[in-house]
Design a protein around this ligand. Structure first.
Ligand SMILES: NC(=O)C1=CN([C@@H]2O[C@H](COP(=O)(O)OP(=O)(O)OC[C@H]3O[C@@H](n4cnc5c(N)ncnc54)[C@H](O)[C@@H]3O)[C@@H](O)[C@H]2O)C=CC1
Ligand SMILES: O=C(O)[C@@H]1CCC=N1
Length: 261
C-alpha cells in the first residue's frame, strides 16, 4: 500500500475534524508534517504537534492536500468552492449526499463517513460508504483512517449512512441523557455530585464493556435482569411501564427525520 503524502482536513480545528486529526496523529498513522488543517479563530487543537500545517483557507489547503476530509457544518458546505478532481474526498458531514458532493467537487473518488464525538478519545463507531468504483487501495486507506479513531465498518448503501447519522453519529448524546437523568436522581437522594457522576459513568462504561466482552446482546442482558426477580427487575419494569421505549423511538424518529429534511 502506498503511503499517503498529505491529508487535509477542512474544518480540522472544529469539534469532529480535530478529533479525527488528533486521532490519526496519536495512532501514528500519519506524521504531523503530513497533516494540513484549516485554522480557526477560536482554537488551535494541535499544540502538542507543532509540525501540523495550519492554513487560513480551504484554497490554501487544496494546494498541498492529496486526500481531503470535509468537516464543516452542512450549511457551511454550500459556501465552499472546491475543485477536487482526481482527489480522494472524505465527507464527515451529515445530510450531504454523495451526488451533491460529486457535483460540488468534481471528484469521482468520494466517501461519506459518520464518526461520532467519541473519536476524540479514539472510541468512535464510524460507518462509511464509498461511491461505486472506488479502488481497493482507497477503501483500505479509509478503513485505516477510521480505525485510528475507533471501530469502523463499510456499509453498502448510502441510505444506511443517513440512518446511522441519527443512531451512532448522534449516539453519544443519548446515553449522556440517560446518565444525566440517573445522576440527577442520585443527587436528590443525597449522593454527592462527584460520586453520582463517577458511579453512573463507570456503570454505563462497564455495562458496555461487559456486553462487548461477553458478546452478549443488550436484549439478553435486560431479559436476564427481568427474570432475576430483584431490585433491578423492579426498576426496569417501572421504566418500561412509564414509556422508556416509546421515548427512545420518538427520539430516534426525530433525529432521523432531521437527517432526511
Ligand atoms: N460534532 C459531532 O459530534 C459530529 C459532527 N458531524 C458532522 O461533522 C461536521 C463538522 O461538525 P463539527 O465539528 O461538530 O462542527 P464545528 O462547528 O465544531 O466545526 C466546523 C469547523 O469548520 C470550520 N469552517 C467552516 N467553514 C469553513 C471554510 N469555508 N473554510 C475553512 N474552515 C471552515 C469552522 O471554523 C469550524 O472550525 C458537520 O457536518 C457534522 O454534521 C458528524 C458526526 C458527529
Ligand atoms: O447533530 C448533528 O447534526 C451532527 C451529525 C451527527 C452528530 N452530530
Amino acid at each position: 500500500m502506498k503511503p499517503i503524502l498529505t491529508l487535509g482536513i477542512i474544518g480540522g480545528n472544529g469539534w469532529l475534524g480535530s478529533a479525527l486529526g488528533r486521532s490519526v496523529l496519536s495512532s501514528g498513522l500519519i506524521s504531523p508534517n503530513q497533516l494540513v488543517v484549516t485554522a480557526s479563530r477560536e482554537h488551535n487543537r494541535y499544540q502538542d504537534w507543532p509540525g501540523v500545517i495550519c492554513v487560513e483557507s480551504a484554497d490554501a489547503l487544496l494546494e498541498v492536500a492529496e486526500v481531503v476530509v470535509v468537516s464543516v457544518r452542512p450549511e457551511q458546505f454550500s459556501l465552499l468552492t472546491l475543485s477536487l478532481e482526481n482527489r480522494l474526498v472524505i465527507s464527515l458531514m451529515a445530510k450531504v449526499p454523495i451526488v451533491a458532493l460529486a457535483a460540488a467537487t468534481g471528484s469521482n473518488r468520494i466517501v461519506r463517513a459518520m464518526p461520532n464525538a467519541a473519536a476524540s478519545v479514539g472510541r468512535s463507531y464510524t460507518p462509511w460508504c464509498a461511491m461505486p468504483g472506488l479502488s481497493a487501495e482507497d477503501c483500505a486507506f479509509v478503513q485505516r483512517l477510521f480505525s485510528a479513531c475507533g471501530v469502523s465498518d463499510e456499509v453498502e448503501d448510502e441510505s444506511q449512512i443517513d440512518y446511522l447519522t441519527a443512531l451512532t453519529g448522534s449516539g453519544p448524546a443519548f446515553p449522556a441523557l440517560l446518565a444525566d437523568a440517573l445522576i440527577q436522581h442520585a443527587i436528590t437522594q443525597g449522593i454527592s455530585p462527584t460520586v453520582a457522576q463517577r458511579g453512573v459513568l463507570q456503570t454505563l462504561s462497564g455495562a458496555s464493556q461487559l456486553m462487548l466482552d461477553e458478546n452478549a446482546s443488550p436484549a439478553d442482558m435486560v431479559a436476564r435482569f427481568l427474570d432475576y426477580g430483584g431490585t433491578t427487575t423492579e426498576g426496569l419494569n417501572a421504566m418500561l411501564q412509564h414509556g422508556f421505549r416509546d421515548a427512545v423511538q420518538e427520539g430516534m424518529k426525530a433525529a432521523y427525520g432531521a437527517v432526511k429534511c
